[in-house]
Design a protein around this ligand. Structure first.
Ligand SMILES: Nc1ncnc2c1ncn2[C@@H]1O[C@H](COP(=O)(O)OP(=O)(O)O)[C@@H](O)[C@H]1O
Ligand SMILES: [Mg+2]
Length: 424
């Protein structure tokens, strides 16, 4: 098979690594890719949003399966463009990717089908939102821009003044562009956050092992929100009881709800869950692998990823038994100092050779590129260092040891990834 992967981050590197293990695959392309992905794939200089160019490339190269890693192209309808050209593609169509693309849609879906989530109201008029905040709201309260906002469109407001400023930012100043045309105002929940990824074929869902991420830039969950500074898998807080609850009230119900709405979902559903005192509730859905959740989940998956993805495309997922290793993985992101605000790029990176032939250790590239025959930094999040271990503690120790194998001048990381493990 010839496979095309669309995307360029650590998640796509983990997908490319996984695809490269498949005995079915003999050629991988990645658009646009990065310096790490280039080890398994021929990187092609086409942007993830250039659907027509990508489809033309897939036709020309006779690609057998295209895998879309990122949210923007999925929400933008890349799958529909490929399907219209008769190309096989893994991912939800536009009318299903809306599960991630519109928070107002996903909240209404959960309400209609009685899937546990925070109480909320949707607003497309800032005046009405303000009136609600002044008369009915309890604080703290959560404001969410409806559309994709690079993980920055959620504001937790402690009082009315903050919430009023939030409405202005999202709906009037349009800080997140059209993503703020509609806004969700939602009850504030407390509890631990856990992520569960799943494969879906339109009818059947197979959940993967659980994971937890660390979004803030600094130790102790301080500092600004980032794309994610590290992850671990499994989550010790995702107990068999939680799993049973979610299987009964969340996972299959979501898939059935989408099918009932005439929006059958094929691809990955990422369930962002909060484990509240009243039981697990859905924080949000994503329509693709998390980044860096993929970097801890995929290395533990025993199945051939191509077999599973083809089963999703063909609607045979019920034939697949998903299996994960009985171990743990931790991913520590190596970032450029100053991320997510201001940081230098183009700095040479040393030490990749230390990962050669080291079983259970992975160096996934996020923001890297080749410059004069050398690999240099090319983004805020540069690398994701993943290590496995028999237990989470061992995986964490291994991952931090491996972070020392890599050096670049402005290397920055958190030192408490997976620390929650100690409290479990
Ligand atoms: N109702 C809520 N109560 C408490 N915290 C919330 C709530 N909704 C979101 N959050 C916090 O904000 C983060 C981002 O919200 P989320 O809905 O996942 O949006 P996105 O990932 O698109 O930015 C969550 O991971 C969680 O920490
Ligand atoms: Mg989220």
């Amino acid at each position: 098979m010839k496979v095309l992967i669309v995307g360029s981050g650590g998640r796509e590197h983990a997908i490319a690594w996984s695809v490269a293990k498949s005995p079915k695959v003999d050629k991988i392309y990645c658009a646009p890719g990065n310096a790490g992905i280039a080890e398994y794939a021929e990187c092609v200089d086409i942007g993830a949003m250039e659907f027509e160019k990508l489809a033309a490339f897939a036709k020309e190269k006779e690609i057998d399966l295209t895998i879309v890693g990122m949210d923007d192209p999925l929400v933008g309808g890349i799958v529909d463009v490929f399907e219209a050209e008769g190309l096989r593609v893994f991912g939800p169509r536009k009318n299903a990717a809306i599960l991630e693309g519109s928070k107002a849609f996903s909240k209404d879906l959960m309400k209609k089908y009685d899937i546990p989530t925070a109480a909320y109201e949707n607003f497309d008029d800032p005046e009405k939102a303000l009136e609600y905040l002044r008369t009915e709201a309890k604080f703290p309260i959560v404001l969410k821009a409806d559309g994709l906002a690079l993980g920055k469109g959620v504001l937790i407001c402690q009082d009315l003044a903050e919430a009023e400023a939030g409405v202005k930012e999202i709906m009037e100043d349009k800080k997140f562009g059209n993503a703020g045309n509609t806004m969700v105002i939602e009850e504030f929940m407390t509890g631990r956050e856990v992520s569960v990824l799943s494969f879906v074929d339109g009818k059947t869902i197979r959940t993967m092992t659980s994971a937890q991420d660390h979004k803030r830039a600094k130790d102790g969950d301080q500092g600004l929100n980032t794309g994610g500074m590290g992850t671990f898998s499994p989550s010790p807080f995702y107990t068999p009881e939680v799993d049973e609850f979610c299987k009964k009230y969340i996972y299959q119900k979501t898939v059935d709800a989408m099918a009932s709405e005439g929006r059958p979902f094929k691809g990955i559903i990422f369930f962002g869950l909060m484990l509240t005192a009243d039981g697990p509730k859905v924080l949000e859905y994503n329509a693709r692998f998390g980044d860096p959740e993929a970097q801890v989940v995929l290395p533990r998956m025993e199945n051939d990823i191509i077999e599973v993805m083809e089963a999703c495309v063909d609607g045979n997922l019920d034939q697949i038994d998903l299996k994960f290793e009985d171990n743990a993985a931790v991913c520590v992101v190596l970032a450029s100092d100053g991320y997510p605000v201001k940081y230098e790029k183009g700095i040479p990176i040393q030490g990749f050779e230390n990962f050669k032939d080291k079983d259970g250790y992975y160096c996934f590239h996020a923001g890297t590129k080749f410059k004069d025959g050398q690999i240099v930094t090319n983004g805020g999040r540069v690398l994701g260092i993943t290590a496995k271990g028999k237990t989470l503690k061992e995986a964490r120790k291994n991952a931090y040891a491996a972070t020392e194998w890599i050096s670049f001048a402005n290397k920055y990381m958190r030192h408490d990834i997976g620390k929650a493990i100690d409290e479990a």
